[in-house]
Design a protein around this ligand. Sequence first.
Ligand SMILES: Cc1cc2nc3c(=O)[nH]c(=O)nc-3n(C[C@H](O)[C@H](O)[C@H](O)COP(=O)(O)OP(=O)(O)OC[C@H]3O[C@@H](n4cnc5c(N)ncnc54)[C@H](O)[C@@H]3O)c2cc1C
Length: 403
Amino acid sequence: MRSAVVVGAGVGGLAVAGALARTGWQVTLLERGDRLRGDSAALVIWPNGIRALRALGLGEGLGAIASPAPSRGIRRPNGQWLVQPDAPLVDEDDGPDSSLVVHREDLHDALVAGLGDRIDIRTGIAVRTVRALPGELPAVGDGRHTWEADLVVAADGVDSVVRRRLAPESTAVAAGCAAWRAVIPWYRAPKLPDGAGTGGETLGHGHRFRYALLGERGSAGGSSRGGIYWAATVPGAYRPEPPAAQLVLLRRWFADWHAPITDLLAATEPDDLIQHPTAELRPIPRAFAFPAGPGGFVLLGDAAHAMSHHLGQGACLALEDAATLRSLVLDAIPGRTLGRALEDYTNQRRPRVARIVSQSRRVGAVYAANGNLVVRARNAALGLTPRMLGRAGAVARQWRPPA
Ligand SMILES: Cc1cc2nc3c(=O)[nH]c(=O)nc-3n(C[C@H](O)[C@H](O)[C@H](O)COP(=O)(O)OP(=O)(O)OC[C@H]3O[C@@H](n4cnc5c(N)ncnc54)[C@H](O)[C@@H]3O)c2cc1C
């Protein structure tokens, strides 16, 4: 039987481990954390991510746990429209914008359910060593044990131990901003102003605030984790203060922003707050797969292409990686055709990812605009050519899974 070791049980690792197990691979999943868990924020899953989930056989329950993502207008901090919600952000042939927003723990639960009961799951295992030698099975270890297999998938995030060994040219660099997310459960969520819709996005001087509704107030739906999700980005570095002090800062930075932003921050409790280090890989690795023995190593998700969160595509790309790998290795035979399948993985994924990374940087530069003159120029450009942002998103959302 073909064997695989997957390192890391984030969105990417869970998706690929389940997909390989469901197609006849014997899979061992190694996770550093003491259990498999998602964090309590939310994610926007773009149409490309939805297609990837469907290709992985995981699309079915999505409707029950996901809500429609907000319409795509952008406001100024005083509430005036910078980009009207009905502006043609998307070229006509891009198809409808049917992104969804989902609580991460709900997505995580769905991915864990998709693992089935045939996977050997080892939690509390931090991979530290990598063996990549010609003629030997690829292997990873934690200093005490070694796990070898035909295929080792590194889905161990931005600081991937496996990538550092196989693609040392690629380094994680701070993205120059700090980012927070929170979900305020419905029972203490503030009332939204009339016309708030299902959420929105507001851009200031390097500051950005987005919010989206997870389900409806008073309706349990398919998830018990409904509420209002928000995400805030400010220029600067990761903030070392305790969550209560970070919350004071956030309330100060967004103090005079339009409703319901100040109300959302007022209703947020320190325990709701999740701060994320924001980093991106520079350059992205020269390859996403490395031959070893009869098969080799694959980099997947943030381990391969961590990028700043401005475009909000990281998890969607990890799902695309998983769907692509699943399809390429479906009939691959270790020692015969698996090596070629892994080369194809690099050939299919790397150019696509490189394109999204450059779009994400472009969008990041627009969002990060700071200083009166620059912001005025940025706002004027956005008002005149709203497609500027839409085009970046269109490149991302157009992906189709391999046949
Ligand atoms: C503020 C913010 C908002 C975002 N919003 C969106 C969005 O709306 N939509 C979207 O698509 N993306 C979004 N992203 C990006 C997305 O969160 C990430 O790209 C995605 O979670 C990466 O998933 P992953 O599985 O590749 O890595 P991770 O989620 O980092 O998972 C890595 C796993 O590997 C484990 N691990 C690490 N090292 C080891 C080791 N040595 N041994 C064993 N296990 C190990 C970790 O414990 C973890 O479980 C956002 C990111 C940020 C910061």
